[in-house]
Design a protein around this ligand. Structure first.
Ligand code: ZN
Length: 293
């Protein structure tokens, strides 16, 4: 037994050393919704602005891409200037393409959506001009060639707006064909689980493509650490990934702090400078935000 002990220690030590401390720097939440279910009006507002800002603050979130169905939620977050300043949170507003749930399935061919987007862009928000379009969904990649989808990609490219798109890998090719210079954040980096080699090929082909990592299958291992293949991909493209909460239903708000601490857990498996870029720097750079104090 005594002779076995050193061997046992030699086996166990690397396992202990592999448990990294979580990332402790600032976070940029690049996929946040403040939909009407979260707060419709006083009396139907389970998640008031003060509460969502407090959750972000407790999670070390210092900037958010805010978008909502309908856009009034984003406008109200953007208008809460005193509260967001006090919480140390920068609101980066995006125009969502949805007035209601029915718009999810037909926006790409609906001229009234194009008009609504132009009206929103013209009006802007109390936190400044809109900086992007989305999140939008394409459940069938063929609809990436819909007339309004093509027009909005070109509009984003012409105005320097960032696009947040929940689509499959085939739709990435189609969307980028409409606007090769557009900056596109791929929500979930393929929620259907596009093979990692396909993700790598798309990252290589489109230097403006950024992957957001909520709900991404295969990202983490059972223990919540980063999988080896994703660690390798992020180390190859340290400037091309961001984190997000995707608060698309109120259940995501109730778990907001846990979601952010899960992200900190796997970010901790990366070299510190890569973790900081993915946790904060890449999102900040997209919109020209200064580092927080
Ligand atoms: Zn979403």
């Amino acid at each position: 037994m005594r002779r076995l002990l050193p061997a046992l220690i030699a086996v166990l030590l690397p396992l202990t050393a592999a448990a990294q401390t979580p990332y402790a720097g600032p976070l940029f939440d690049a996929h946040l919704h403040y939909n009407d279910e979260a707060c419709m009006f006083p009396g139907a507002c389970p998640y008031p602005i003060a509460e969502v800002l407090a959750m972000m603050q407790r999670s070390g979130v210092r900037a958010i891409i805010a978008n909502s169905r309908p856009n009034v939620g984003t406008r109200s977050l953007a208008a809460a200037r005193d509260e967001t300043r006090k919480a140390g949170i920068t609101v980066v507003p995006f125009v969502r393409l949805y007035r209601n749930r029915a718009d999810y399935s037909g926006w790409f061919a609906d001229e009234s959506i194009h008009t609504m987007v132009q009206d929103e862009l013209a009006a802007g928000t109390a936190a400044g001009p809109y900086r992007g379009l989305g999140e939008f969904h394409l459940y069938d990649s063929a609809n990436a060639d819909g007339p309004v989808a093509a027009k909005l990609m070109k509009l984003a490219q012409a105005r320097g707006l960032v696009v947040l798109a929940h689509v499959d890998d085939a739709a990435i090719d189609k969307l980028m064909a409409h606007a090769p210079q557009a900056r596109l954040i791929w929500a979930h980096t393929g929620i259907g689980g596009a093979p990692i080699e396909r993700v790598r090929a798309l990252m290589q082909r489109y230097p403006q493509l950024v992957g957001e990592l909520s709900y991404r299958p295969g990202l983490t291992t059972g223990g919540g650490g980063l999988s080896a293949e994703w660690k390798a991909l992020m180390t190859t493209f340290p400037d091309r990934f961001v984190v997000g909460s995707d608060t698309w239903i109120n259940g995501r708000w109730s778990g907001y702090e846990a979601l952010m601490s899960d992200a900190r857990r796997w970010l901790g498996d990366l070299p510190p400078e890569v973790a900081r870029r993915i946790g904060w720097g890449n999102g900040a750079r997209l919109f020209g935000l200064a580092d927080p104090d």
